[in-house]
Design a protein around this ligand. Sequence first.
Ligand SMILES: Nc1ncnc2c1ncn2[C@@H]1O[C@H](COP(=O)(O)OP(=O)(O)OP(=O)(O)O)[C@@H](O)[C@H]1O
Length: 681
Amino acid sequence: MRNRNAGKKILAVVRTPVGACSAALLVLLIALALFAPVLWGDRASAVDVDALQQGPTAAHLLGTDSLGRDILARVLVATRLSLVLAVTATAIGVVTGTLLGTAPSVLPRWAGRLVTSAVNIAVAFPGLLLALFFAMIFGVGAKGAVLAIGLAMAPAFARLTQTLSAGIAGRDFVAAARVAGVGRIRLLLRHVLPNIGEPLVVNATISAGMALLAFAGLSFLGIGVQAPDYDWGRLLGEGLNQIYVNPTAALAPGVAVVVAGLAFNLFGETVAGVVGARSSAASSVPPSAASSLPSPVASSPKAKGTSAATPAAAPAEGDPVLVVEDLRVAFPGPAGPVTPVRGVSFTVGAGESVGVVGESGSGKSLTALGVSRLIEAPGVVSAARLEFLGTPLLGTSDAEARGLLGTSLALVFQDPMTSFNPTRRIGRQLAEVSEQHQGLSRGKALTRAVDRLREVRVPAAERRARQYPHEFSGGMRQRAMIAMGLMGEPRLVIADEPTTALDVTVQRQVLRLLAQVRESETGARQRSGGGARQQGRQAALLLISHDITVVAQSCRRVLVMYAGRIVEDLPTADLRTAASHPYTRALLAAVPALDTDRGAPLAVIPGRPPEPGQVGVGCAFAARCPFADERCRAEDPAPRELGAVRGAHRVACWHPQGAEPPAPRLGGGSHVDVEAAGGGA
Ligand SMILES: Nc1ncnc2c1ncn2[C@@H]1O[C@H](COP(=O)(O)OP(=O)(O)OP(=O)(O)O)[C@@H](O)[C@H]1O
């Protein structure tokens, strides 16, 4: 399939007029490089003392040089050396640049920074200046020139590789592979490099044209190719000495350099235009420069207290799978660090389904990434307590955390398109998890992958496993993502907006599947692990959504987040009757239903949530809250218990509302009833 795609792309390139011309020129150049020395080598070196420095004649169409050698034959023969030098220098530039560009991803952080800084400094120098500098170091001659031009090209390639791989490093499939425990080098070779190969090749083609010009420059200056060898640059230098006697002696190699340079550049540009969609997709992901380093979570075991210190998380039913106390995620900002997650505490019990709801920017995703050790430097994660299956995650070595998270945590991301590596078959991507963690052979891991695809009801699983992600529909990709989570033995499934990118019918299927996974994970274990059914080890679900209806229907408990804090934590069953935080109540009031009066304006929450760097001292919701008073603006309320059952209902508000909240019409509109579908909370 990929060969067919490559064939189609080549055809598309050749079909454009510019592409066809440049391709034809390249073919001609390659043919000349191969055959010209054989056909005209003798003629090019034959000295004719009777025809010194002649202009064009019938015997010598472009005249002769100072030794009476035929200029046309010499220009044609020089094609081989000129192209070989240009291509070799480009290869040196691309390989060195790619190594430098990817080094920060595999080296320790300090060494990676050093490489990045060195590349940044080198990029600031003009290429030709660097080439001259290196030429002086490596000495006069073809070898020195190749090394000089190759190394002078490397910084630009290193920068390009860094930028492209930083974009890829932020993609969901890389995060998924990291959670699955894939090591850095394998991650780089399997997931990052294949996705940036195309733009690199395109740029290499364009650079080959530049290298040709640079060689001509060095040889012209006398520090490139030395006699008796000759390339176009050297011929150009010799031709200029007799420009008043025979201008064609300088013109011919000059034209050859320009034509060959143009052929490379135009071909590269055309290829870039044709494959542009894909390469720009790769590079459009915001690069994070040095932060592209997939570094471990930076942690500090003790979080600093704040005005509203959070109490211990509410007890959850069953053994706790995840315990989070005072979780903070901070990033450096221009005016000091910003903390988008400011002290989040909750517990998820075995088999429990917990929903996290809140407006965009409230810190839901960062909370999930923080607990999965997926926050990259310069982000800093700290917590008073962060335990997964009883193991503290902060302060644990990378290898240990990878081993634990890789098999016991499943992540399902929002955009199923970006969740898979587009260059690898679905089956192989799933199998990688078992190869890494269960030590299964390639064949066995693939069989397990097919099993899992079948389990999430991907039809014709065996055939589908051999397909690439783009051959799957959105819903099917999301199911495959869930199947990937099931390759291990997940005790917790974190689903971050898993249905946002899907249409309503498919949303329903995916939510139902998630609920069934939670309910029937024991069945999956039975199939995988030698038949021993491990009763009572259900997978828990942490479902993140901006849609309170989806969360209410899929989860037993709801955590309402606002501006990086949990402002209310209560059982879903009590949402309708006991929601007390004005923000929760406003969210519920904003849910339309089939019987909503179409003439009346929809309920909205006035204003916007504060940016993470602009949260003041008081309650973050005060500016939008109809009940806010001076105290709300001056003091941030700590979460406190409400109701008779300890830990069942917590609210962080100075004025919790006790009256019946506006009745949400859960289950109305486009939302689905997961419990009714058979897998409820
Ligand atoms: N790498 C980062 N550096 C700085 N700020 C960040 C970074 N990542 C996220 N943020 C900020 O943190 C805040 C919370 O982001 P987060 O993605 O957790 O929100 P969310 O509640 O999941 O929203 P959404 O539903 O839109 O995904 C946002 O204001 C976001 O701009």
